[in-house]
Design a binder for this molecule. Structure first.
Ligand SMILES: [Zn+2]
Length: 384
C-alpha cells in the first residue's frame, strides 16, 4: 500500500470518463445531491470522492478542478477535512441505527468548515433493508449543501428507489496496460514479478499495491504453497499457516498505525495543538476502522490468492495450458497440485475457502476460523 494518498486531482488513473463527468458537473455548478459510483471496489472511488470534496470547497477551484495545493485540498486528499465523511459498514452490513445516528445526523448538521459537505458511503450496496428505507429519507429530502457519494459494487443489491435518486457514474477495472504502468510506478522492476503482480491483481489497483508492497509477492507465493504443504505436512501445518496469515494481517495494519499517528500529529500542528475534539475523534475513528479493514482485507486477499490457485489447478486438470493460468510462472507446482487432487475435491476446497472468507466478515475469531479452514483442507487432501 502506498503511504501517500493520491492528490486531490481529477487525474484519476484508469477512470478518465468518471472524472470528466464529475469535473464537468462541478464546473457547471450542477453537482447532484447524490451520486452512485458503480463499479468494482477500490479502482479510484476514494480519490474521486475526496477530489469532489476538494473541488466543492477549495477557494481557488477553477473549471471544476481543485487547486490541489491549498490547505483544504491537502486535508481533503487525506480524508481529514471536517466536512468530508466516509462511512464504512461496521459488520457485514450498514445498519439502520448507523444511518439515523451517523449519516443523517451528520448530513443535517451545519458544516464545521467549508461550504459543502461530502458524505461517502463505502460499500453502499451492503445496506440492509431497514437501513435502505431509513436512508431514503436523506435522498427524498436532501439536506442543504450536502452531497452523498455511494460506492456500489453490486447495484442489484440496492432497491431501485435509491438508485433512481442518484446520478450514476461508472468506475471500471484497470486494463493490463494501466496495471503494468502502475507496477513501474510502485517500484517493481523484475519482469517476472511485474507479470505475476498484474495477473494476480485481477484488474484491481488495490490488490496490485498490496502485491507490489515489500514482501507482497512473497506472501502470494506463500499462500499458493498452502495446498501442497497441507498435503505433505497435514494438520501441523494448518496451525502454522493460520499463524502466518495472522502475522501478515498484523504487519499490514502496523504500517497504517504509523501513518495514522503522523496524520494526527500533522493535524495537531495545523490547529496549533487545539485540535477540536470532534475532529480528533473523527480522525481516530477513521484510523481504527482502517486498521480493522486492513487486517480483514489482508486475510481475505490471502484467501483470494488461494482460490486463484485452486482455479488454476482446475484449469490445468481440465487440460488447459499452464501459460493461461494466473500462476503461469509456477507451472510445475500447478501440475503437481492438479494431479494430487480430483476436480471434485478442488471444487470442494474452493467452497470451503469462500465460506471462510465470508465468515471473516462476521467478526468471528479470525485466527481460529483460519485454523479450522486449514484443518478441513488438510483432511480433504488426506481423503482424496
Ligand atoms: Zn485548493
Amino acid at each position: 500500500m502506498s503511504a501517500e494518498p493520491p492528490p486531490a486531482s481529477w487525474d484519476i488513473p484508469g477512470q478518465r470518463r468518471a472524472a470528466a463527468v464529475l469535473q464537468g458537473a462541478c464546473a457547471r455548478d450542477e453537482v447532484s445531491h447524490a451520486w452512485a459510483f458503480v463499479g468494482p471496489a477500490g479502482v479510484g472511488q476514494e480519490q474521486a470522492a475526496r477530489t469532489l470534496a476538494a473541488a466543492l470547497n477549495c477557494a481557488q477551484a477553477a473549471e471544476g478542478a481543485p487547486c490541489g495545493a491549498c490547505d483544504v485540498c491537502q486535508r481533503c486528499r487525506r480524508g481529514a477535512f471536517p466536512s468530508f465523511w466516509e462511512f464504512a459498514p461496521s459488520g457485514s452490513f450498514h445498519r439502520v441505527n448507523e444511518v439515523r445516528e451517523q449519516w443523517l445526523a451528520t448530513a443535517f448538521r451545519s458544516a464545521v468548515e467549508g461550504r459543502w459537505k461530502v458524505l461517502r458511503i463505502i460499500d453502499a450496496h451492503r445496506m440492509n433493508e431497514a437501513a435502505a428505507n431509513a436512508f431514503l429519507k436523506g435522498l427524498e429530502e436532501p439536506p442543504p449543501n450536502a452531497v452523498w457519494v455511494l460506492d456500489i459494487a453490486d447495484p442489484d443489491e440496492l432497491p431501485d428507489t435509491i438508485l433512481s435518486r442518484c446520478r450514476t457514474v461508472r468506475f471500471v477495472a484497470w486494463t493490463p496496460d494501466e496495471l503494468r504502468a502502475e507496477t513501474r510506478r510502485l517500484g517493481l522492476d523484475d519482469d517476472q514479478d511485474r507479470a505475476l503482480a498484474v495477473r494476480a491483481s485481477l484488474g484491481s489497483p488495490v490488490a496490485l499495491a498490496r502485491l507490489a508492497a515489500p514482501g507482497g509477492l512473497d506472501d502470494l507465493r506463500m499462500h499458493r504453497e498452502i495446498p501442497r504443504r497441507l498435503r505433505e505436512q497435514g494438520s501441523g501445518y494448518a496451525v502454522l499457516a493460520a499463524r502466518q496469515l495472522d502475522e501478515e494481517g498484523k504487519r499490514r495494519s502496523a504500517a497504517l498505525k504509523a501513518e495514522g499517528r503522523a496524520e494526527l500529529e500533522a493535524l495537531a500542528e495545523l490547529y496549533g495543538d487545539a485540535l477540536p475534539r470532534g475532529v480528533a475523534k473523527q480522525v481516530e475513528d477513521g484510523l481504527s476502522r482502517r486498521e480493522r479493514e486492513a487486517r480483514l482485507s489482508t486475510l481475505q486477499a490471502a484467501l483470494d490468492d488461494l482460490v486463484g490457485w485452486y482455479r488454476d489447478c482446475l484449469l490445468v486438470a481440465a487440460g488447459g495450458h499452464p501459460a493461461q493460468a494466473l500462476h503461469a510462472d509456477d507451472a510445475k507446482a500447478l501440475q503437481a497440485d492438479a494431479a494430487a487432487s480430483s476436480p471434485a475435491a478442488t471444487l470442494r476446497a474452493i467452497d470451503l475457502v469462500l465460506a471462510a472468507r465470508e465468515d471473516l466478515e462476521l467478526n468471528v475469531q479470525q485466527t481460529l476460523a483460519l485454523e479450522a479452514l486449514f484443518l478441513e483442507l488438510a483432511n480433504l487432501a488426506l481423503t482424496t
